[in-house]
Write a protein that binds this ligand. Structure first.
Ligand code: ZN
Ligand code: ZN
Length: 364
């Protein structure tokens, strides 16, 4: 019997290498050979047992930033996904149960059952392979699978769903950034860097990125992706600096992807009257953040949460990645084999001294 090796998170802080039988693939299903999987910040949170939207169904195979090759596909699935064996594909994080109120409206990322890869389905029962820290990944009928070009670097393939599809949804579709807008991105990590690209592509007049003194490499990459100004908040007051850069106008849209509650607080001061603040960063489900709500009232600011990517944002993200216009793969700084998944998580979480990761990936 053929098997797949996978890294299983049995409990917070406990990762073990296990072997699972490959599932039999029916007419509506598929099997992906995982070529590369990104380590998401939320994987680090899961490893540390961070509080989230619901209890985790351990044991879990993590991994939801997925790039691979189709090795087996049913006849119906082949028609639906326009894929055949040997094609390269990416897979969205969420796919939904198809039965709940949100799924029925097509809002599968808000599925009540939280059907997603690498986080909310246990690997205890067959078909087991619900995460991409694994040699193979199971593709159920509802999986959101997209064909990508054979010429696309695997790094860019991973980053389509990991960051680019998110940024297009958060900055353009939810944030509504348009021609001539001024955009401030707080936090020059992978999500912030993709945010720069999404803002640039939407026609923003000025893109300003804020970060810390240790973010020099990220600042350089932000400029490569089209940032006009970078602000080191350890040297300059970001509010004063953005006021200066914008001639007092402030930002039409501010996106905080620092993951630090202080970023959300500063965002309210950086945005203009009637502007928009996008909050996609996860601050911790058990963390309360003091905001002066009257600032939001007087300025009539729209404060908008944002979560993940969907079909509508992934399609333009694929086109953008395939165009080769931006050197996305430069974001990938660290690569690990499957058996070193735990080290990959710890590097991504900033636990290893001397390592300064932007994007960490695992090659199963
Ligand atoms: Zn993620
Ligand atoms: Zn559902």
């Amino acid at each position: 019997m053929k098997t797949s090796r996978a890294i299983v998170l049995e409990a917070p802080g406990k990762m073990v290498l296990k072997e699972f039988p490959l599932p039999a693939i029916g007419p509506e299903e598929g099997l992906l050979k995982v070529e590369m999987v990104g380590v998401c910040g939320s994987d680090v949170g899961m490893y540390r047992g961070k509080a989230t939207r619901a209890p985790r169904p351990y044991p879990i195979i993590m991994g939801h930033e997925i790039f691979g090759t189709i090795v087996e596909i049913g006849e119906e699935a082949s028609k639906r996904w326009n894929l055949k064996e040997g094609d390269r594909a990416i897979v969205e994080y969420a796919f939904g149960c198809g039965e709940c109120y949100d799924c029925k409206q097509g809002k599968y990322i808000h599925c009540e059952a939280m059907f997603t890869y690498g986080s909310m389905i246990s690997c205890k029962d067959p078909p087991h392979l619900w995460g991409a820290y694994s040699e193979y990944l199971y593709l159920p009928p509802r999986a959101m699978v997209h064909k990508v070009s054979d010429h696309l670097p695997p790094e860019a393939g991973v980053l389509i769903c990991a960051v680019l599809g998110n940024a297009i949804r958060w900055v353009q579709m939810i944030g509504g950034v348009s021609q001539g807008d001024i955009v401030v991105i707080q936090g020059p990590g992978q999500q912030g860097l993709a945010g720069v690209i999404a803002a640039r592509e939407a026609g923003a007049k000025k893109v300003i990125v804020t970060g810390m003194t240790r973010d020099q490499i990220r600042f350089e990459l932000a400029k490569t992706f089209g940032a006009d100004e970078v602000v080191d908040i350890e040297k300059d007051d970001p509010v004063a600096r953005v006021r200066e850069i914008t001639g007092g106008r402030m930002a039409d849209l501010v996106m905080d992807v620092t993951g630090n509650p202080k970023g959300a607080i500063t965002a309210i001061d950086l945005v203009k009257k009637k502007g928009t603040v996008i909050l996609p960063g996860l601050y911790g489900m058990d963390r309360e953040i003091p905001l002066v709500l009257d600032k939001i009232v007087y300025k009539e600011v729209r404060v908008q949460g944002a979560f993940s990517h969907d079909f509508r944002s992934v399609l333009p993200a694929i086109r953008l990645a395939e165009s080769g216009k931006y050197p996305l793969e430069k974001m990938v700084t660290h690569r690990f084999p499957l058996k070193e998944a735990e080290k990959a998580i710890r590097v991504a979480g900033g636990e290893i001294e001397g390592e300064d990761p932007i994007k960490v990936v695992i090659i199963p």
